[in-house]
Design a protein around this ligand. Structure first.
Ligand SMILES: *[C@@H]1O[C@H](CO)[C@@H](O)[C@H](O)[C@H]1NC(C)=O
Ligand SMILES: *[C@@H]1O[C@H](CO)[C@@H](O)[C@H](O)[C@H]1NC(C)=O
Ligand SMILES: *[C@@H]1O[C@H](CO)[C@@H](O)[C@H](O)[C@H]1NC(C)=O
Length: 450
């Protein structure tokens, strides 16, 4: 008896520490006050679920002098491929779930089924506005800017001047909008109207190098581990559990594509308004979300991460132009430079830059077989690249001449191997460690694996 109690206590302790959750077939989403799965939405996570609580600008005793930042766009509408799934399945799935409920086949709680009955996909969302920035995405970017400004008021003045500020995005509605929102965060309501944004070069090898590299195209679409994981026991069990919850029993079990459609709808509708309850999230238990998160992480690990060991150098080289921009900016003593450089881009540039830095490395390789061993992995897309994910690099001028450089990822200290856990690096170390990016022509390097 005593032993049983001890085991139980150990078990619940492990749960709060984030280990694999046990599937609860009667889980009630609408009534859960905590909803820990909001932090498991992979790259469809709201920024708010993972950002740092407060930036410690006083981590160095030297004087902040320069600010460099790249941000992923904020929360947006679904992509073409996600919308294709939504339009293919949403009406049938919805009417089947409601019918299953009426025949007593579901195990949904009352609060969840009531929301599902009323549910309808927003008819205003079409292929024409795919991936457009949403109001919630605008607010994320604006608030990121506001918080950096209150941490570094002397670096980020609230009055715009072209001499101080440099803004450059990619050529998409969502990244342009994100930088407008960021500018509003710095300069106040409609402050972006006075900003002169930089012209966008075509091809944009600075912010989208991966679109212009044939070598990368050859190896980029490896989904072997991710697809094999779908055929494996954890994912197949998840499919059966979700199906049962929604009343699809026996041979009526949902297809993987239908599960993914429900997951897309759940996550997007949730992050468009974190204060609302996204009805279709009721399909999944927390344990189900852990499986889906791993499925996503496998994809990003092989597509943009450490998964392809033989191409590590290519992944490190792809962001050459961007890293060189950062290093030259940190190194420069030219008084005519902008003091602030802000880039609006997409998650691949963040991943590739982090990989080039060697950040979030060190997990046992993620693969189709080791979901249960990967509970405490560093490679979690929900934490690394939520909406509005960003990387800030701040130079502090030190009197002894060797400046400090602070790295912040999503407003938390980013440790680069060889630098300090509090995010600080010595400028001399940084320039030495990444010297191969200095004073070279990145056009000749970015698409090579050597
Ligand atoms: C769709 O857009 C129209 C016009 O802007 C608006 O009145 C309506 O509320 C929108 N519908 C939904 C479901 O958001
Ligand atoms: C959610 O509601 C709280 C309290 O009303 C409000 O302060 C907050 O701004 C809301 N958040 C969003 C994302 O709408
Ligand atoms: C860099 O290399 C590319 C391709 O070899 C070349 O077209 C370009 O002119 C070079 N740029 C500079 C600044 O030398």
């Amino acid at each position: 008896m005593l032993k049983g109690i001890v085991l139980l206590l150990t078990f619940s302790f492990a749960l709060t520490n984030g280990s694999v959750s046990v599937h609860n077939p009667f889980y009630c989403y609408a009534d859960d006050p905590i909803k820990p799965q909001h932090g498991m939405f992979s790259t469809t996570s709201a920024y708010e679920t993972t950002r740092g609580d407060s930036v410690d600008a006083g981590v160095s005793s030297c004087t902040p002098s320069k600010f460099w930042l790249i941000t992923r766009h904020g929360t947006r509408l679904p992509s073409l491929s996600d919308l294709t799934l939504i339009f293919r399945h949403n009406e049938n799935l919805h009417s089947d779930i409601v019918r299953n409920f009426e025949s007593g086949r579901t195990s949904l709680c009352a609060s969840d089924i009531n929301l599902i009955k009323e549910w309808k996909f927003d008819p205003n969302i079409t292929f024409e506005n795919e991936q457009f920035l949403t109001v919630s995405g605008w607010n994320e970017a604006r608030q990121v800017a506001e918080r950096y400004q209150s941490a570094f008021p002397s670096l980020l003045p609230s009055t715009y001047s072209r001499d101080t500020y440099f803004f450059r995005s990619t050529a998409t509605q969502r990244t342009i909008g994100t930088l407008h929102a960021f500018a509003d965060g710095l300069f106040g309501f409609n402050g972006h109207e006075q900003v002169e944004f930089e012209d966008i070069a075509q091809p944009d090898v600075l912010l989208r190098p991966y679109q212009f590299c044939p070598l990368y195209d050859e190896i980029a679409n490896i989904r072997a581990e991710q697809n094999a994981f779908v055929e494996g026991p954890e994912y197949q069990e998840m499919i059966v559990q979700v199906s049962q919850k929604l009343g699809f029993h026996g041979s009526h079990v949902l297809r993987a594509e239908e599960i993914q459609t429900l997951s897309i709808l759940c996550r997007f509708e949730q992050i468009w308004d974190m204060n609302a309850t996204s009805p279709l999230c009721a399909a999944f238990s927390i344990a189900n979300f852990q499986v889906m998160e791993y499925w996503s992480d496998l994809y990003y690990y092989y597509r943009w991460g450490y998964g392809q060991r033989n191409y590590r150098r290519l992944f490190e080289n792809l962001p050459c132009h961007l890293i060189q921009d950062m290093l030259h900016f940190i190194r420069s003593e030219d008084a005519n430079d902008n003091r602030v450089r802000i880039f609006g881009a997409h998650l691949p540039s963040l991943y590739l830059t982090l990989v080039s830095f060697g950040a979030f490395d060190g997990d046992a390789p993620l693969n189709r077989h080791n979901f249960a061993q990967q509970t405490f992995r560093m490679w979690k897309s929900s934490n690394i690249t939520p909406m509005a994910a960003n990387l800030a690099v701040i130079r502090y001028d030190c009197e002894d001449g060797d400046n400090d450089v602070l790295f912040l990822h999503n407003e938390k200290p980013l440790q680069i191997p060889g630098c300090q856990p509090n995010g600080l690096c010595k400028q001399s170390f940084l320039l030495e460690k990444f010297s191969r990016f200095l004073d070279i022509n990145c056009s000749n390097l970015y698409c090579t694996n050597a």
